[in-house]
Design a protein around this ligand. Structure first.
Ligand SMILES: Cc1ncc(COP(=O)(O)O)c(C=O)c1O
Length: 419
């Protein structure tokens, strides 16, 4: 069988194929490989948006707070919890990933007050590194961040992180799946090593949630944050989630002490008193419309099942890497993602010295939409609920065409604002 026939057969046999019908495909010819950045729009979200805006807001007005809205950040958190391996009352929807990270890092540093160091790696999302530095600076008293370098820009520096663990480390914080290379850490092993040294562990699950099975409770992880707009299809700027292990609820204090974390917010008393449970990590009024729009998408992911999603993701990343090996490596593309499936998430990065030009040629000349991360990474996000095997072949065929015809040179010097 040639590539086209093989992909068609795999799409026909795909147990998740029918889930594509749950999403909008206004341009059926678009090969969208950016679900790791902004997931596609579910039809159910359109219906929910209409209901929230016209009925709940338009008709019910302020009554909706008691009818539905007040509990929404925790209710949607509970719906998401099984996908993270968390229990009820351990996950809340709030703020952005960066803000949640700040809140939990400051709380963790204060809870480990005799310890000065935060360990992370240079594969972590830059905003996370900025937030860590800001939190360390705010807590002060010699707190500082140690950014452990990856050996090759692709794999996490696991051994080097473990080597640096001692009784001065307050917190280890990493992205479970790294944003550029897609390296997947061993959640359980790293958590266990950090705990053995008495440190807390915080995972950024942005590129993992909805794409890989996660067992926060099984691993004994302390804290986590993550986006909902990637593989959880919550929509642009949808609020993030935060997870705090139940037994830490009473030990950690939210540093941004707003009324949504107060024990009696409607007393409007002048003094702050933190409420119990995960609600104490809320701060101000939830962005209700976008919080509620996460719910239908999370239901679809849960219905499909994270194990089935992971199985298709592994098959699709294997397909892309197999075609890289055969067709793209000879054309000067490097594989910037781990080779073993067990050590990668659901996106594949391919490097090429003319990466940005190739990215723009894919978008403008081939209707293929990946994204680009400097200096030379083309990132292909494979979202198993919506990506077909045929899409992967189409993207690779387009890459071959661009590089062999030199069409990417048309885009030399272009610098779009968002890549
Ligand atoms: C791994 C990771 N962490 C954090 C963020 C930042 O999220 P936010 O903009 O919600 O703060 C992103 C955004 O893409 C991300 O990929």
């Amino acid at each position: 069988m040639d590539d086209t026939a093989t992909a068609a057969a795999r799409d026909a046999a795909d147990p998740l194929a029918s889930f594509r019908d749950r999403f909008a495909f206004p341009d059926p010819d678009l090969v969208y490989l950016d679900g790791n950045s902004l997931g596609r729009l579910p039809h159910a979200t359109v219906a929910r948006a209409t209901d929230v805006v016209t009925r709940a807001w338009g008709e019910r007005l302020i009554r909706s707070w008691n009818e539905d809205w007040w509990e929404a950040p925790l209710r949607v958190g509970d719906a998401l919890a099984p996908l993270l391996g968390a229990g009820p009352g351990e996950v809340a929807i709030a703020d952005s990933t960066s803000v949640n990270l700040f809140k939990l890092v400051v709380a963790a540093l204060r809870a480990r007050s005799g310890r000065r160091r935060i360990l992370t790696d240079d594969l972590n999302f830059p905003s996370d590194l900025y937030v860590l530095a800001g939190a360390a600076d705010l807590v002060g008293d010699g707190r500082h961040v140690e950014v452990v370098p990856s050996p090759d820009g692709v794999h996490g520096p696991v051994d080097a992180i473990i080597d640096r663990l001692d009784d001065d480390v307050a917190l280890v914080t990493l992205s479970l799946v790294t944003f550029k290379s897609g390296y997947l850490y061993d959640l359980e092993a790293v958590t266990a090593a950090a705990h053995a040294a008495g440190a807390l562990v915080l995972w950024d699950l942005s590129h993992a949630a909805g794409a890989v099975p996660i067992d926060l409770e099984g691993a004994g992880a302390d804290l986590a944050v993550g986006c909902t707009y990637k593989y959880l299809n919550g929509g642009p700027g949808s609020p993030a989630f935060l997870y705090v292990r139940r037994r830490l609820h009473g030990q950690l204090q939210n540093p941004i002490t707003g009324w949504w974390g107060h024990t009696r917010p409607f007393d409007f008393s002048p003094g702050y008193a933190a409420t119990d449970g995960i609600r104490r990590f809320l701060t101000g009024t939830a962005p209700i419309i976008s919080t509620l729009l996460i719910e239908p998408a999370v239901a679809i992911v849960a219905e499909a099942g994270i194990e089935a999603i992971r199985a298709k993701s592994v098959a699709q990343t294997e397909q892309l890497i197999g075609r890289w090996e055969r067709d793209l490596a000879p054309l000067g593309f490097s594989l910037n993602t781990p080779r073993p499936a067990a050590r990668r998430g659901s996106h594949v990065s391919l490097g090429h010295p003319d990466g940005l030009g190739i990215d723009l040629a894919l978008i403008n000349d081939h209707n293929v939409l990946p994204d680009f991360r400097p200096p030379d990474n083309l990132r292909f996000g494979l979202a198993p609920l919506t990506t077909r095997y045929a899409d992967i072949d189409a993207a690779v065929d387009a890459l071959i065409d661009i590089v062999t015809t030199g069409r990417h040179r048309d885009y030399e010097g272009a610098r779009p604002a968002v890549t």
